[in-house]
Design a protein around this ligand. Structure first.
Ligand SMILES: *[C@@H]1O[C@H](CO)[C@@H](O)[C@H](O)[C@H]1NC(C)=O
Ligand SMILES: *[C@@H]1O[C@H](CO)[C@@H](O)[C@H](O)[C@H]1NC(C)=O
Ligand SMILES: *[C@@H]1O[C@H](CO)[C@@H](O)[C@H](O)[C@H]1NC(C)=O
Length: 216
């Protein structure tokens, strides 16, 4: 009887340790062919729940905005604590100039989570209203948005090219929690990490780089 309860105690202790170990430390399984390193969490049995990512049914790893719009994760760099997500596509309708996240007004990060938009992103805004001319953004005729439009929207998304466009570097003077699109501002955008203006626009590194704070 004594032995039995001793065995029981050892077993339950082992289970407790195992459970603790899984929830606090283990990396999640791969999603498709992407590794999901700690602290990222694709479900509540692994990783740290402040660092949620979603593995959708097609095996695509996604990051979700505060509004729940999913952006494909392109890469994760543990050493620099940065991940790159795919900018939203332009809606394929020649009479519209919108990104697919337009209904959630672009990308907004939940400020209670440990993520922000890094300072290496150049945001390219399309179909902007004249109000933007009074902003510090670069909306000149040699703005990088023109380079993008000429090279990347050749023969398509013509509605995006008719009005003003602008670009800006998402530096520390800007909010690091959103990239906004809306009627009366600009209605579509893309983003380039560490832009090399001298390179042709089809060689730019399209992505939105996010930075995360390590778990404490
Ligand atoms: C706008 O961007 C272009 C391309 O980077 C640059 O040559 C130009 O000097 C910028 N204009 C202003 C007003 O900052
Ligand atoms: C461009 O933006 C304006 C408002 O800022 C909007 O009314 C218009 O529908 C947009 N154009 C297209 C083609 O989506
Ligand atoms: C973003 O988060 C990182 C890591 O916590 C921090 O070092 C950095 O200052 C933040 N950047 C901005 C622009 O808020």
């Amino acid at each position: 009887m004594v032995l039995k309860s001793f065995v029981f105690m050892v077993v339950s202790l082992a289970i407790t340790i195992k459970t603790f170990h899984v929830s606090a430390l283990d990396a999640c399984p791969k999603c498709g062919n992407m590794e999901v390193p700690y602290p990222f969490s694709t479900d509540d049995t692994c990783g740290d729940s402040s660092y949620k990512l979603y593995c959708n049914n097609n095996g695509v790893l996604e990051f979700q905005s505060a509004e729940g719009f999913g952006y494909k994760v392109l890469s994760i760099d543990l050493a620099t604590q940065k991940l790159i997500i795919k900018p939203p596509d332009l809606v394929q309708d020649d009479d519209m100039c919108r990104t697919t996240d337009f209904s959630s007004e672009g990308l907004r990060l939940d400020e209670n989570l440990p993520f922000n938009v890094s300072t290496r992103n150049t945001v390219i805004l399309l179909n902007c209203s004249d109000n933007l001319l009074r902003s510090p953004l670069n909306c000149s005729s040699n703005s990088l948005c023109r380079v993008f439009e000429d090279k990347m929207l050749e023969g398509r998304n013509n509605a995006c090219k008719s009005r003003l466009c602008c670009h800006y570097l998402k530096d520390s003077h800007m909010t690091s929690y959103m990239i906004r699109v809306r009627v009366g501002g600009c209605t579509a955008y893309t983003c380039v990490v560490d832009i090399q203006p001298q390179d042709p626009a089809d060689k730019w590194n399209y992505g939105i780089e996010l930075q995360w704070m390590p778990p404490n």
